[in-house]
Design a protein around this ligand. Structure first.
Ligand code: NDP
Ligand code: 2IT
Length: 445
């Protein structure tokens, strides 16, 4: 990295000790900025880089709640409002026992550039809690969400900060969070949260958007080489919202997804994933992947190694950060995988990214390829503000257009800065310059 950029990175490490995922996310963006700063040195003026790596505001709060047996639990809640140059802070809430401030900051930092790529006028933020919803009753989840929102409500609003879902936060949680917000504020501010139910301000296509967008991005990358997804085998990791709708879109486009996973292992279904059964198990029953295998002849559950050991043409990591390492990347490449489109945030380790890029395969970083979710959240905000509701085809056409635009912006930026086909450079350079130009216009704030 250039000296000026290296210095900023060292400061981030020194001032944010122990936050390994945040360091990793910052390093990946800063490394991409070398050619940008070389061409436009003014981006390093007025401590712009130092400002862009520092969240505008961070809130950490106690979340006490009572379980069904009457025992009191104390979790920790977070909201990191990272950058509001382009619009209200926007980004999901994650409920998972691994959540800590470094994870929320990495996610918030990624969100800033992702949201800029959508061109929807949204800033970046992220939040969540170390609460684990697995095995909790609906009543326990509701009480947790009500306690969490009691504090969060002081910090958010339709023009201020607009949370949504992420790992462990789906339609059920958004419902409980919205109910409590409405009660506290005595106002029906539908635009304060996205991912809402269709009967109370939600948008058609939001449920599908992240997974669909990830596959659309893969399709756009393949088109640059005159290819399509038709007939290709696909490995998907995860079995949540993003994974399920990535599988659905891949199937619609004629590809054959043969895997999915959760923290208990991965499933290989050589005949092609039975999507209706997977939805029944994960969305309706909130079950585990083994429940699928028990009802599906020919499918097998593997508890050793990772889903990336399965030979496929296309890999779609849709579970969590750093789930695909250098050794997994080497295995995928050895087996002929030629396309990786990230549905999750930062699922590939730096070694894996390096392996994909050196091999010259089509590799899309999550901040570009999974941006369809937040882009459709912005479409939900737009409908809420206009007190209107679009049909599925209208919302889907807008998502398709946004994903094509993000792809083309990445391609153009990679070319501009001398590395055609480098989607990491393209996404980071295009996202950064959009945010940085507006920060310059707003002065030193
Ligand atoms: P869900 O909670 O719906 O599903 C998450 C899935 O990933 C589950 O199958 C879960 O398994 C698995 N998983 C989570 N953590 C781990 C872990 N540490 N090890 C192994 N498996 C794990 O979340 P989403 O589908 O919404 O999110 C998946 C990814 O996509 C995340 O990286 C998220 O940040 C990203 N993303 C989500 C968007 C959205 O709109 N929802 C938008 C853009 C990105 P288990 O149940 O066993 O924990
Ligand atoms: O990582 C992400 O982009 C999300 N979890 C979706 C955020 C949003 O506000 O829809």
């Amino acid at each position: 990295m250039q000296d000026v950029v290296e210095k900023v990175y060292e400061q981030v490490v020194a001032r944010n000790r122990g936050e390994a995922e945040f360091h990793q996310a910052v390093r990946e963006v800063l490394e991409s900025l070398d050619p940008v700063i070389a061409k436009h040195p003014h981006y390093a003026d007025d401590a712009l880089l130092e400002r862009i790596v520092e969240p505008e505001r961070q809130v950490i709060f106690r979340v006490p709640w009572v379980d069904d047996a009457g025992a009191v639990h104390v979790n920790r809640g977070f909201r990191v409002e990272f950058n509001s140059a382009l619009g209200p802070y926007k980004g999901g809430l994650r409920f998972h026992p691994s959540v800590n401030v470094g994870i929320i900051k990495f996610l918030g930092f990624e969100q800033v550039f992702k949201n800029a790529l959508t061109a929807q006028g949204i800033g970046g933020g992220k939040g969540g809690s170390d609460f684990d919803p697995h095995g909790r009753s609906d009543a326990e989840v509701m009480r947790f969400c009500q306690s969490f929102m009691t504090e969060l409500s002081r910090h958010i609003g339709p023009s201020t900060d607009v949370p949504a879902g992420d790992i462990g936060v789906g339609g059920r949680e958004i419902g409980y969070l919205f109910g409590q917000y409405k009660r506290l504020r005595n106002a029906y501010d539908a635009g304060v949260l996205t991912g809402k139910g269709l009967a109370w301000g939600g948008s058609l296509v939001r449920t599908e958007a992240t997974g669909y967008g990830t596959v659309l991005f893969a399709q756009s990358m393949l088109a640059t080489r005159g290819q399509t997804l038709e007939g290709k085998t696909v490995a998907v990791s995860g079995a949540g919202n993003v994974a399920i709708y990535a599988i659905e879109k891949a199937q619609k486009l004629g590809a054959k997804p043969i895997t999915f996973s959760d923290s208990s292992g991965y499933v290989v279904d050589e005949a092609g994933v039975d999507l209706e059964l997977l939805k029944q198990v994960k969305e309706v029953e909130r079950g585990r992947v083994k429940d699928y295998v028990e009802r599906r002849p020919g499918a097998r559950l593997v508890t050793q190694g990772r889903v990336w050991d399965v030979p496929v043409d296309v890999a779609l990591p849709c579970a969590t950060q750093n789930e695909l390492d250098g050794a997994n990347a080497a295995t995928l490449l050895k087996n002929g995988c030629a396309v990786v489109s990230e549905g999750a945030n930062m699922p590939s380790t730096p070694e894996a990214v390096e392996a994909f890029q050196s091999a010259g395969i089509l590799y899309a970083p999550g901040k570009a390829s999974n941006a369809g979710g937040v882009a459709t959240s912005a479409l939900e905000m737009e409908q809420n503000a206009g007190r209107t509701r679009w049909d599925f085809a209208t919302a889907e056409a807008k998502l398709d257009a946004i994903m094509t635009d993000i792809h083309d912006s990445c391609v153009a930026a990679a070319e501009e800065y001398g590395r055609p086909g480098d989607y990491v450079l393209g996404a980071n350079a295009a996202g950064f310059t959009r945010v940085a130009d507006v920060m310059i216009a707003h002065g030193i704030v």
